[in-house]
Structures are given as C-alpha cells and as structure tokens.
Design a protein around this ligand. Structure first.
Ligand code: T4K
Length: 367
C-alpha cells in the first residue's frame, strides 16, 4: 500500500448508520435541516467563532463572500495557494493582483501589499497557507487605511488559534474547506465564518439562490447548501478531530527530530502562541546543498511508494488564465517561485503508523 499525503478521518460507521436512520425517518435530507443547524452550532462553539454558515465545499464560500461584500475591480491575493482562491476572484469578474510571499511563513507578505493597491482595489484575499496564520493585524491596518475588505481563505486553518483566539475571527469573513483531504472533513464541504447575525442571514440567503422567503430573492444567490447526510457525518467527525490533530502533531514532532540536521532540507517550526492543526508538513529542498533536486527526491519517494505532493506547484500565477496578468511575472513573485520550486508536502495524517513515518524519513535521509 502506498503511503499517501493524507487519508480521510472517517466517523464510526455504526454511529453514522444510526444518524442515517434518523435522517431516513425524518425524510428531511437538505435545505437547512436539523443536522445542518446542529453542525453550525457545534462548529461555532468548537472554533470559538460567533457564526458559521455551512457550504457544499470550500470554493463556494469564497465566491459567495466576494459576492456578498459586492467586491469589484481588483483583489490583492497570493499566488502560493490552491487554484480555487484565485478562481473565486475571477468568477466574480474581478482582477486578481498577486503579491509575493514571506518565505518565513509562505503567506502573503504584508510589506508588499501597499505597493499593489490602486484606485480599483476593493479587497485583499490572503490565505493561511498550510494553516500557518497570516499577519492579520498588519493586514487589517492596511485594509483600514485604504478602506478595503479582507476575506481570508482559511481552507487549511481549521481550529488554528493565536494566543487562544481563533484565526477565523480575523478580517471581514473567513472560509473553510471540509474536503476529504482536510483535517476536518465532511467528504465534500466547507463553511464561512462571519462576525454578526445580519451577515449570517444574508449569507444563508445567498447560498440558497438568494431566497429570503418563498417569494423574495434578495441577490444573485447560488445553491451551495450542505445536505443533512454530510452534516451528520461532520457532527461525528467533530468528536474525534482533537485526537486527529494530536496524532498529526506527533508525526510533525517525529519528522522535525529526524530531519532537523539534514543538509539542504528545511521546514517550518511551530510559531509561538499558535495552536497549529498540522494540516500539512511541507519540506523545502535546496538541491545544491541536499545533493538532489526537489523533483529527484519527489520521484524517488514516489517510486518507493511514498506519495508526497508538491503543494503548491505550479504557482497559480503561471496557469494560462492568469499568466498574462501584469502582477503574474516571475520578477514580481521571486519568493513564491522559489518556494513552489522547492516544496514537497510529506505524508501527514492521523493514521500514519510509526513504520510509515520511518519509511518517509529514511527515504529523505538516505540518498
Ligand atoms: N482554498 C484552498 C487554500 C484550498 O487548499 C482548497 C482546496 C480550496 C480553497 C477549495 O476547497 P474545496 O472546494 O476543495 O473544498 C486536494 C483537494 O481536492 C482540495 O480540497 C485541496 N484544497 C487541495 C489542496 O488538495 P488533490 O487533487 O490534491 O486531491 P487528491 O484527490 O489527489 O487526493 C490527495 C490524496 O488524498 C490522495 O493521494 C489520497 C488521499 N485521499 C483523497 C481522497 C479524495 C484519500 O485517501 N481519500 C479520498 O477520498 O486536491
């Protein structure tokens, strides 16, 4: 069996079956049913945020956030992410403006934001990449100075806290992905986090075609409601997510111990005051020092049944839709290119055995 980059956290099948029985008995399978409501409440409590609105995946809340805030013109974002971040900007008819990253975190470099602002800029869409918190205070200061909205793509940042406070409370809205490959999954799924009841109401309208009631449509909504089956599945997974995060933490500790002194291999350490979720474990390969290029190591691991992934290579700014944008040039994004060209995300999930972890390590250590 290959060792894959991740493996989904699955609820107990017996418990899931009894919730399915409840759903079957109720004959209410979607459209804001009781499991949907229960999961929203449970997640708000777990994540320490005021309001959560569930979605069918992590892409649609990004689209909906831009729509809800009536974002137009240009949106400043990072090229170092999964392509969904930039697609959401494009689908709203806005122009993505890429700024380079800070290599210390992989996140958008706040020092580069002001130079990218033009009279057409209306929002900033940063990503807490790999669940590492952005410098939310600095980003907010810039946003306030120029009157911009901030929407965080927090797809990787489930449960991440800074000094005891959820990172999801930063900005105007944050979005989450509950895809099978994420720390917390509902198979497919996602959510938006917002600060007040009025916004939650509006988002709930927008994810249901814009319907405020049977006869009134208050905006160009979409259909992106999570169904009852996935909501029930999510309720069960929520009970075991802390244990899963702790299991991931132990894997991170082991990787760090073993790889710390390997010439040409670097990785991130935990940040002070941060509750991390260990969603990914990226390493960065310096080919000259390590003696093998990133791709040589990547394919060697693959041939030996260790399926790491080069998240996030290629950079979003190099894809055909975006590469013609003025901000997409490699000269504008040297640090993002360097990171994309050196990264391998090692297998990281709750169910990795000691043997699996040792195999990954030995493939990196023994050239
Ligand atoms: N913003 C950011 C920053 C994101 O990273 C993402 C998604 C989004 C927004 C959008 O959220 P969603 O709309 O997806 O909810 C995966 C995921 O599909 C995607 O959700 C994720 N980011 C992205 C980083 O990675 P792939 O194409 O790498 O997944 P795949 O199918 O190759 O799976 C990777 C490994 O996981 C497999 O080798 C084995 C394991 N796996 C996967 C699945 C689907 C399983 O063991 N079981 C499974 O069912 O994209």
């Amino acid at each position: 069996m290959p060792i894959t980059v991740t493996s989904p956290l699955l609820p107990d099948l017996g418990e899931f079956n009894s919730l399915l029985q409840e759903i079957w008995d109720s004959k209410w399978i979607t459209n804001n049913g009781s499991f949907h409501k229960r999961l929203e409440t449970a997640l708000a409590e777990y994540l320490k945020v005021p309001y959560v609105s569930l979605f069918t995946n992590g892409t649609l809340p990004l689209l909906t956030a831009l729509q809800a805030l009536r974002i137009t013109g240009e949106v400043i974002t990072t090229p170092y992410s999964f392509v969904a971040t930039t697609h959401a900007i494009w689908w709203n008819g806005c122009k993505p403006v890429f700024v380079d990253i800070d290599p210390a975190t992989g996140n958008m470099d706040p020092d580069r934001i002001e130079a990218a602002i033009t009279p057409k800029t209306t929002a900033i869409m940063p990503v807490h990449v790999y669940g590492k918190p952005c410098d939310t205070r600095r980003i907010q200061e810039i946003a306030d100075k120029y009157g911009l909205k901030v929407i965080y793509d927090a797809a990787h940042a489930f449960g991440v806290e800074v000094n005891g406070e959820s990172i999801l409370n930063a900005g105007d809205m944050s979005t989450l992905s509950f895809h099978a490959t994420k720390v917390f999954n509902t198979i497919e799924g996602g959510a938006m986090v917002m600060h007040d009841a009025e916004t939650k109401k509006r988002i709930d309208f927008l994810k249901n075609f814009g319907f405020a009631n049977e006869v009134e449509v208050v905006g160009p909504g979409i259909n992106s409601k999570m169904d009852e089956i996935r909501s029930a599945y999510g309720l069960l997974n929520l009970k075991q997510v802390d244990a899963a995060i702790e299991a991931r933490h132990q894997v991170a500790i082991r990787y760090r111990e073993a790889l710390r002194n390997v010439e040409g291999i670097t990785f991130f350490d935990d940040m002070p005051g941060v509750r991390h979720n260990y969603s990914y474990f990226p390493i960065f390969v310096d080919g000259d020092k390590y003696g093998m290029t990133r791709d040589e190591l990547y394919f060697k691991m693959k041939e030996n049944g260790v399926l790491g992934r080069r998240y996030f290579y290629p950079l979003i700014s190099t894809f055909s839709t975006y590469r013609g944008l003025p901000s997409a040039t490699p000269e504008n994004l040297p640090k993002a290119h360097r990171m994309a060209d050196s990264v391998i995300c090692l297998p990281m999930h709750h169910a990795l055995s000691e043997e699996d972890v040792n195999k990954v390590i030995s493939l990196i250590i023994k050239q």
